[in-house]
Design a protein. Structure first.
Length: 144
């Protein structure tokens, strides 16, 4: 893992910015993106930097929604903060595989949380409710 003291300082600043934004009630999405960009930039891999920047642009609104959902539950906010701190600790230790694993695990958890959300409660029922006079197969019900 290629990283310089200046790279690590940028990562620490990015993580501190996330923590500060969340502490004052912000979503920390921009700070989160900047943190991950700083990690990508430390690799010296132009393709990685471009990919992370592209994904950041594409996923920005999704990150904001995810962060807003996490804000409703303190345990989610805390878990995300711990994940980011663990990623930085792995990078500082030069443990590239651990940093990758932690990053993938965090993304995976949030994707699962996001995917599970709409399937619970009234929204799911509203999405699956059939019109009167139809069966599961959506064929009209015979009436006598």
């Amino acid at each position: 893992m290629v990283r310089t003291p200046a790279d690590l300082a940028r990562m620490r600043q990015g993580l501190a910015a996330i923590d500060a934004a969340v502490a004052v009630g912000g979503d920390g999405a921009e700070e989160d993106l900047a943190f991950h960009r700083s990690i990508a930039e430390s690799t010296g891999n132009a393709v990685m930097v471009s990919t992370v920047r592209y994904l950041g642009e594409v996923l920005r609104s999704g990150i904001r929604v995810t962060r807003a959902n996490e804000a409703r539950r303190g345990d989610f906010i805390e878990a995300v903060g711990q994940e980011h701190h663990a990623i930085l600790a792995a990078v500082e230790a030069g443990a590239a595989e651990e940093a990758r694993r932690l990053t993938a695990a965090g993304r995976g958890r949030r994707i699962l949380d996001r995917d599970r959300g709409p399937r619970r409660g009234p929204r799911r029922r509203a999405l699956t409710r059939r019109s009167p006079g139809t069966r599961r197969s959506d064929r009209p019900v015979r009436t006598r």
